[in-house]
Design a protein around this ligand. Structure first.
Ligand code: GDR
Length: 327
């Protein structure tokens, strides 16, 4: 019988939402999955099937050693300081981790390839925040960038470094330009999860107000579980390239509030208060992606609709809130 070698994946940001879904996907495909965790990361324990290693995008001192030890076929760089509002408070840290962190990986991979003669594919988690003050709608791979935050600027830096390593050294390096993607695993500081968690807790009497910032911005929201499939497909192509991943539908924060609070028969306007602390010095007003290249080349399409996504998140948060009540 022919011997099949197990493919090895290395995921940075494994303790985040996308790290969770991507690692599940790759374990299901038979990969040996390794993950990078920073030393002060919230514990994810040692989930079955995962090998965790300490390392930090702000440092990178051990990336070469990790690559030599793990010998990955595919590296997925999902780690970042990923909160846009917070990036205004921590612009230099964000530039270092979210921007220069990408370069630390690219350079470590380039040197590892020279040392070992192996090929390592690299995926960079680029972001729709790079489009910022949008120049055209919907946004595709040709749309110029105009980032509106330290986070967006750092992502643009990482995007171009990824392309430069591809063009200069022939690295198999891809940018996935992902629009907002959510799930029950979404961090509680992001607007969708903040809303679904609050709606469930308000329904059960655990909370009486929800403080939000700008309710008028519009986002193209998809399901994170669908989006990690697009990441993997990019890495299986014969040639590395860049792809927009989006649903092509945009909705306001108000619409997300409607979709969520309706589940409980509640009128959100009774509970929501605007708090200037959650406003940003510059806002990205509206994003809407055109993923026709990903559909055509990768055969990818989103499966979960806006309503189904809100529903999935609200049901999961209801269960969590019920557990809080019975504690
Ligand atoms: P975003 O996501 O900035 O688009 O970046 P977020 O959910 O934080 O904000 C979306 C929109 O909601 C408005 N908003 C609020 N946002 C937060 N977090 N908290 C609030 O209370 C609130 N009230 C209103 C925001 O102003 C904004 O317009 C996400 C991140 O995951 C990035 O890392 C990723 O690159 C992009 O999506 C694609």
């Amino acid at each position: 019988m022919a011997e099949t070698t197990q493919r090895v994946a290395f995921i940075t940001g494994i303790s985040g939402q996308d790290g969770y879904y991507l690692s599940q996907l790759l374990i299901g495909k038979g990969y040996d999955v390794h993950g990078l965790i920073p030393c002060n990361a919230p514990g994810i324990g040692e989930p079955p099937g995962l090998n965790l290693h300490y390392g930090d995008l702000a440092d990178g001192g051990n990336f070469g050693l990790l690559l030599d030890k793990i010998n990955p076929d595919e590296v997925y760089n999902l780690a970042a300081q990923s909160h846009v509002r917070l990036s205004f408070d921590l612009p230099i840290y964000t530039a270092d981790v979210t921007g220069v962190g990408v370069l630390r990986w690219l350079e470590a991979i380039r040197q590892h390839q020279i040392r070992t003669g192996r090929t390592v594919k690299f995926y960079q988690a680029s972001s729709s925040e790079m489009f910022g003050k949008v120049k055209a709608s919907p946004q595709n791979e040709e749309t110029p960038f105009h980032p509106r935050s330290p986070y967006g600027c750092a992502k643009v830096f990482g995007y171009w470094q990824t392309i430069n390593y591809r063009e200069s050294y022939g690295l198999f390096a891809c940018n996935g330009i992902l629009f907002n993607h959510e799930s029950p695993k979404r961090g509680e500081g992001f607007v969708t999860r903040k809303i679904t968690r609050a709606a469930a807790r308000i329904k059960l009497g655990l909370q009486d107000k929800l403080s939000l910032g700008n309710l008028d911005s519009q986002r193209d929201w998809g399901f994170a579980g669908d989006y990690v499939e697009a990441m993997w497909r990019m890495m299986q192509q014969a040639q590395p390239d860049d792809y927009v991943v989006a649903t092509g539908e945009t909705h306001t924060i108000r619409e997300f509030l409607d979709a969520t609070f309706q589940r409980f028969g509640l009128d959100w306007s009774q509970y929501v208060e605007q708090d200037p602390r959650f406003l940003r010095p510059a806002e990205v007003d509206v994003l809407c992606g055109d993923a026709s290249k990903a559909r055509r080349v990768l055969g990818w399409e989103p499966k979960v609709s806006f309503r189904e996504l809100a529903q999935m998140m609200v049901e999961a948060d209801l269960e969590l809130a019920q557990r809080e009540v019975s504690r």
